[in-house]
Design a protein around this ligand. Structure first.
Ligand SMILES: Cc1cc2nc3c(=O)[nH]c(=O)nc-3n(C[C@H](O)[C@H](O)[C@H](O)COP(=O)(O)OP(=O)(O)OC[C@H]3O[C@@H](n4cnc5c(N)ncnc54)[C@H](O)[C@@H]3O)c2cc1C
Ligand code: SF4
Length: 309
């Protein structure tokens, strides 16, 4: 069933359940940026541990005590440089990483009596400040003469493209969609990445130069692997995990049943959330992270009752 044409026969599915300001409130920034004072106070809580467990727990191995120390001493640019040199997607990661089970979960200040250092919030503070100041930290090395094709402009493809450009290679990114960012732009819960940060990060990343972007180009439809292999010195495939499990029931598209990832994609790209049809009473099938995301976001759209089974 199309989301634009809800079928009244299958229950109370309709748009415009909330007032305008309620949509803005429910989908606004979940955790606003720290103020300079809050950032100073929070950075002062760090013990700058030797062999810091927070760094061991970070999948991108950012030197966390170093970037926090730089915030504490007013060197915000240096702090952002520590973060982005290690992880160019550090601004969105600061918002979406499950820090409570990674860096903050391992922080030595995470005890029954104390809170861990707010590493994610501090990372966001430094990277947002850098983007606001419009400072480009990276430039390409002298050209190697090599051309690399990157297929997929999500976090994996973009990180790869940026690092290759830094090393002096000439990179072309192909993506099937009409915007870069992958699930940062089309999947992650709207209130975690409010204010267009996913595209802002893409712009910053492309600011290095040496990266050509070709949108609306799907591998297997518009371009072929052999063609890429013959035209480029190397090919990186970063197309993500697009397929989802099906329900495995007889009807292909049962009325009133939506795929959560498709629904979230529509929600993320919607300019007017009041136009999105949503059920009054909703059942979410499955209990993973996407289930939590669709449950919380349909509730934020005005569903009265959401049950996860
Ligand atoms: C609903 C949802 C919520 C999530 N929330 C979080 C979260 O809060 N925190 C977190 O850490 N992670 C979250 N994730 C996971 C996170 O989004 C992924 O781990 C991450 O996006 C993977 O990056 P990727 O670059 O590998 O793939 P993707 O982000 O999927 O990017 C793949 C890119 O390849 C392109 N592509 C696909 N096929 C082709 C083709 N044939 N030709 C050309 N281009 C193609 C796509 O258009 C896309 O741009 C969430 C995922 C989902 C689905
Ligand atoms: S574990 Fe906590 S206190 Fe130690 S360096 Fe990391 S953030 Fe600072």
């Amino acid at each position: 069933m199309s989301m634009e044409t809800p079928d009244p026969a299958i229950g109370d599915i309709r748009s415009g359940r909330l007032a305008e300001d309620e949509y803005a409130h429910n989908f606004g920034d979940a955790h606003p940026r720290l103020t300079p004072n809050q950032a100073l106070v929070e950075s002062d809580r760090c013990y700058f541990c030797y062999d810091a467990p927070c760094v061991q727990a970070c999948p991108t191995q950012i030197d966390i005590p170093s970037f926090i120390h730089k915030i504490a001493t007013g060197n915000i640019k240096g702090s952002a440089q520590d973060i982005l040199t290690q992880n160019i997607m550090g601004a969105v990661c600061a918002r979406v990483c499950p820090t409570e089970i990674l860096c903050e979960g391992s922080c030595v200040r995470n005890t029954p009596e104390q809170q861990p250092v707010a590493i994610g919030a501090l990372q966001r503070y430094a990277t947002d400040a850098l983007f606001d100041a419009g400072i480009q930290l990276f430039k390409p090395a002298p050209s190697t003469g090599k051309r690399i094709a990157v297929v997929g402009g999500g976090p994996a493809g973009l990180s790869c493209a940026h690092r290759l450009a830094m090393l002096g290679h000439s990179v072309t990114v192909f993506d099937a969609r009409d915007k870069l960012g992958g699930l940062n732009e089309y999947g992650v819960a709207a209130y975690k990445v409010a204010g267009g940060i996913a595209l802002r990060e893409v712009d910053y990343l492309l600011g290095i130069g040496n990266i050509e972007v070709r949108l609306g180009q799907a591998l297997g439809r518009d371009i072929g692997l052999q063609e890429l292999r013959s035209k480029f010195d190397a090919v990186f495939l970063g197309v993500g995990l697009g397929a989802v499990n099906s329900l495995g029931i007889d009807a292909d598209n049962p009325a009133g049943v939506y795929d959560a990832i498709e629904y979230i994609e529509t929600l993320r790209q919607s300019r007017d959330l009041s136009g999105l049809p949503v059920g009054r009473r909703i059942v979410v099938i499955g209990g993973g992270m996407t289930a939590i995301d669709i449950a919380t976001q349909t509730k934020r759209l005005g569903a009265e009752d959401v049950t996860i089974v």
